[in-house]
Design a protein around this ligand. Structure first.
Ligand code: 2P0
Length: 342
């Protein structure tokens, strides 16, 4: 996946400098949805989370990132969904420094996602997971998968989980994180229906919102203290493929995280009226015996997790909920990997 230009190999001699090398690779990663949420940092420099988390990696939403290092580039550049993106570039450049080293050649990065970005759909997770994998192969740094997860997690806490597929646990260690694939996607093939209730960027980014919660929410310390019990409960539910048990702990953990946000100063309420309508639709399905539960992240979209037998019912009911702009249906998928785009 790396290539040396014809000039570097001595063909077409002048006027191209003979030392010029370009190295490139393209990777794809899927977003993940946390069932037991990450909210809060213990170290903002290293982006170390205050709590562990458990997520599912999705199958059909993805971000594709191409990284090309070239000695001749004058600086890094970033194009996201066909538009130059200066705002994200410093964070992307820092991530490349961490993967490749500060002495690296400059890079041209292009990113494309097939779903709305920056709307609470974990686009930073799929983006940074794909970025570290592409950069590692382009620069031939040969990091281990665990190391790549650590590097993705430094750029964005949730991105570490998108290196892996299926059900993934991120656990806190002394001064690092550890990732475990609890169950592969095919081992318990649940479905996710995403109800889009509003598009466009969110009001407050997660990084800033987490800090506000840590500094001001009276519930933050309790949130951190209770997380291990929720992780243990969810891990056991996944091992037993006990849908009702996973549903109960996931909804509880989600509502607890949002309670921390609501009680922050200033308060952070990511939901809109349609989010609540969707929650009500899920409650009604549950009362009818449909195996489904909801989770909501730092945005207004509702994600309904269900057994495959229920996916058509869940899709129809959420699509028919007033205010829902669109629904997306996906299964669970694998971790980040290189793709051949030539
Ligand atoms: C999660 N979220 O576990 C939680 C639930 C949103 C709500 O991880 O500051 O973009 O880059 O580490 O990973 C979103 O936060 O934040 C997130 P940073 P990130 O999925």
């Amino acid at each position: 996946n790396h290539r040396f230009s014809a000039a570097a190999l001595g063909y077409n001699s002048p006027p191209v400098p003979t030392t010029r090398t370009t190295m490139r690779a393209t990777a794809r990663a899927q977003p993940n949805i946390a069932l037991i949420k990450y909210w809060g940092k213990r170290d903002t420099e290293q982006t170390l989370p205050a709590v562990g988390s458990i997520s599912i990696t999705l199958a059909d939403l993805f971000t594709t990132i191409r990284v090309e290092f070239d000695d001749a580039f004058q600086g890094d550049s970033l194009v996201v969904n066909d538009a130059e993106n200066a705002a994200m570039l410093p964070r992307v450049s820092r991530c490349l420094d961490a993967v490749v080293g500060g002495e690296r050649a400059h890079a041209a990065i292009t990113s494309k996602s097939n779903f709305p970005i920056a709307a609470g759909l974990a686009s930073s997770a799929s983006a940074f997971a794909a970025l570290v994998v592409a950069a590692d192969v382009a620069a031939q740094t040969h990091h281990s998968r665990e190391r790549l997860a650590g590097l993705a997690g430094q750029a964005s806490g949730s991105a570490a989980r998108s290196i892996y597929g299926g059900f993934v646990e991120l656990a806190n260690q002394d001064d690092a994180i550890a990732l475990t694939e609890l169950c592969p996607a095919a081992g318990w093939p649940l479905c996710v229906v995403v109800a889009i209730t509003a598009t466009g960027p969110k009001a407050v980014g997660s990084t800033e919102a987490m800090e506000t919660s840590r500094e001001t929410s009276p519930f933050y310390a309790r949130w951190v203290a209770q997380q291990q019990a929720d992780l243990d409960d969810a891990r056991e539910a996944i091992a037993a493929k006990d849908f009702a048990r996973l549903a109960a702990v996931a909804e509880h953990n989600c509502l607890k995280m949002h309670s921390v946000m609501w009680a922050s100063r200033p308060p952070m309420v990511y939901w809109n009226a349609t989010t609540l309508e969707c929650m009500d639709a899920v409650r009604r399905m549950q009362s009818e015996g449909v195996p489904v539960f909801f989770t909501i992240d730092a945005g207004p979209q509702l994600k309904a997790v269900c057994e495959p037998s229920a996916v058509e019912t869940v899709r129809q009911r959420l699509a028919a909920t007033p205010g829902v702009e669109a629904v997306m249906v996906t299964g669970l998928g694998g971790g980040a990997g290189i793709i051949d785009d030539d």
